[in-house]
Design a protein. Structure first.
Length: 277
């Protein structure tokens, strides 16, 4: 894990690579917030002080080297809609939650330096990079978004907007609550049974029946991406469970609903000439 000025973060090395893409996820480390938001809470949508959030955001943006004025944040409503964003959206949701791009849980762009930024505390960050068409995308997949196959919507947005071939896409599934910890009620199992052609391998069930079934959000999103044409070998799963690793990440579950938010971001690096074709 790189640490810049005490701010800890992870790079997604499976998407992008070289100088083409900035793709990173923050940790809890290196911020100014206290209590359940200790310390690098990046969300205005929790009961943290806004000035702390702005300072934390400034630190994370500086650590990963993105231009704060070109960050775009989405509202995140646990839906499955993806929006195209560009310079006209720069700054949306960055200084305050109410200016975020409304009604969407994912974004795509082909504009260099426009930084797609979403908040998480157990939900799954799904990141895509098309190194051929030079475009990136990100989605927020909790169980509702996963059920609604938002990862497929993200691939489709890249195809429709940029002419991406799914076989060229690099995908990353970031830190989020794992199949070790994500117990769900029978309503969630039934929802997947109704909507998905097969739920085999999506739920971990203890033989003893002592624990509720656990939903494997990583596998569900991996399967959705592959079903949408992404090559299996190009889907990387970080494998960090935010609940198990609550010292390093925020976890809505492990912190019993009082948690800050990490951020996952992706951007085409700015300052590089287009080569066309
Ligand atoms: Zn876990």
């Amino acid at each position: 894990m790189p640490i810049v000025n005490d701010v800890g973060w992870h790079a997604f090395t499976s998407v992008g690579g070289h100088d083409e893409v900035v793709a990173a996820v923050s940790t809890r480390l290196g911020g100014v917030s206290a209590g359940p938001f200790e310390s690098l809470n990046l969300s205005f949508s929790v009961e943290d002080d806004s000035s702390n959030v702005r300072e934390n955001r400034r630190r994370f943006a500086a650590a990963i080297g993105v231009d704060e004025s070109r960050v775009v944040c989405a509202q995140q409503v646990h839906g499955d809609r993806i929006g195209y964003v560009d310079e006209s959206n720069a700054g949306a949701g960055y200084e305050a939650a109410d200016t975020a791009v409304p009604g969407i849980d994912g974004m795509v762009t082909d504009r260099r330096g426009v930084t797609l930024w979403l908040g998480f505390a157990d939900c799954v960050p799904v990141l895509l990079h098309d190194p051929v068409r030079h475009a990136v995308g990100i989605a927020h997949a909790g169980w509702r978004g996963t059920l609604a196959t938002i990862s497929r919507r993200l691939v489709e947005a890249m195809v429709e907007r940029f002419g991406s071939d799914p076989a060229n896409l690099r995908a990353a599934i970031g830190p989020s609550i794992g199949p070790c910890c994500y117990t769900v009620g029978p309503d969630v199992v039934e929802s997947f049974e109704r909507s998905w052609s097969s739920i085999e391998g999506l739920f971990v069930v203890d033989r003893s029946g002592d624990r509720s079934p656990r939903l494997n959000l990583w596998e569900a999103n991996r399967r959705t991406l592959v079903g949408a044409g992404v090559l299996e070998r190009r889907v990387a799963i970080s494998g960090h469970c935010t609940s198990c690793e609550v010292e390093e990440f925020f976890s809505h579950r492990a912190q019993r609903g009082r948690a800050g938010r990490i951020a996952a971001v992706i951007a085409l690096a700015s300052g590089k000439e287009e080569h066309g074709g």
